[in-house]
Structures are given as structure tokens and as C-alpha cells.
Design a protein around this ligand. Sequence first.
Ligand code: ATP
Length: 243
Amino acid sequence: MDTIWVESNGLVIIAESVTKSFGNIQALRGVDLKVKKGEFLTVFGPNGAGKTTLIKLLATLTKPTSGKVIIANHDIKKEPDKVRGLIGVISHDAYLYENLSAIENIRFFASLYGVSEVQGRAIEVIRQVGLESRMHNLVRTFSRGMKQRLAVARAIVHEPKILLLDEPYTGLDQHGSRIFGEMLKWLKSENRTILMTTHNIAEGLEISDRIAILSAGRIAYESETNKVELTGFKEIYFEKVGI
Ligand code: ATP
């Protein structure tokens, strides 16, 4: 999918007054967010702030209790299937079949998305994430870092222009985090629109164009990344999340 339908003001993701409740628990309490085409937004927040709930909503895996979410001009409530074809999701869980090989996994997901040249495209994305030499090995023999790279291949096999990443650094050691960080730079350089959640302030600040802090279900702060530096932002973060 080469062209992506954006609103005339260039916004690809719009969330307006979004709330999500689970019984008495209000996970999101009126979230407003806008992400421009080609922009990388990182949303920081402590445990329980609502980060996963936000990603699940944008990924059409759950519906808002109230409010509106528009992705590439599609309302997620009215056209969830169209939205699903435009996004790739990467989370701390790689969502791979452990007893299938890397190539079998990617072929399976490529078929689900209706990719036309399944075998060729699967090999291409496995190459792009640097796992070509292991493509016939079972996923259960992979390290956490390798599984996360394969999860990237899974997420981009249908060439989505929007990526949603939920705590993608979880469980990666220093080496794995460094490789994953390089991969994020590559994903960003391909002019994708990316929204990532993380607790990891240093890595999130380094890669993103814009940052936000989600605290107790609300966006408590937003800024262009180039307007903040690490120490100053850490102070703002701890103040906003009440630590
Ligand atoms: P973490 O960093 O720990 O993953 P988070 O910022 O991703 O946290 P969420 O998982 O979105 O936070 O959870 C926000 C709030 O909503 C929490 O209080 C959580 O217990 C609650 N919650 C999330 N999903 C459900 C659910 N399916 N049923 C009930 N409560 C839920």
C-alpha cells in the first residue's frame, strides 16, 4: 500500500476525548492525541497508566467507551478491517508460533493479510531483520532479541505505513535493545508513522520526533523532542506521574 489517505491537515492518527472503562476502572479518562504523517510519537507512562489500553484501541483490538479514534481517515468503530490493513503492531509479546519456523510464521501472517507474493515477501522481510540464516529454525530456539526482530518482520509483512509499538524493549538485554533501536531507526526512515509506548526514557527520547506522558489515563504533557533534554525531561516525567 503506497499511498495512505490522510486528512488535509496531514494527520494519520487522531484520538478525541477517548475514554475506556473496565467496570469501575477507568483506564483512559479523555485522551486527545494527534500524530502527523511520518511522525514518531513516543508515549511514556508508568505501570497502569493506560499505555496498553491505548495501543489496543488504536489497533482495533478493543473499542473505546466514549470518544473517537480516526486512523488514516477511517473511524476504528465503523471500519476496523480497513484500519487493520494499514497498521502493524509490535508489543512485548512477539505473537509468534513457537513450533513453526521463522519462515513458516511469516508466510502464515502474510497469507492472513492477503499478501500476493507470500514466499518472496516473507524472505524479503526476514532478510531485512537480519534473520536469513535462521529462517528455517523453529522460533522456540530463538533468543528474545531474535523473536522481537521476527515480530518486526511479522508486523511489516503487509507493508503497513503505520506502526504501533507497545513496550517493545521489554525483556531485551543491552545488546538486544541496541539492535532493536537500530531497527526502529530503519523503520522510521521508511517514512512510516509510528506511535510507541515505553517506560524507557533515554531510548524513547532518542528516536522520537514528539513525546507525550500518559499519567492515570490522561495525557499530562506533550512536547517536540528537540525542545527537551534527558535530565530536564526526567524531572518533568517524575512530576507528572507523581513519583
Ligand atoms: P503496564 O506498563 O503495567 O503494562 P499500562 O500503562 O499498559 O501498564 P494498562 O494495561 O493499559 O496500563 O492498564 C490501565 C488500567 O486498566 C490498569 O488499572 C489495569 O488494571 C486496567 N485494565 C487493563 N485491561 C483491563 C481488563 N481487561 N480488565 C480490567 N482492567 C483492565
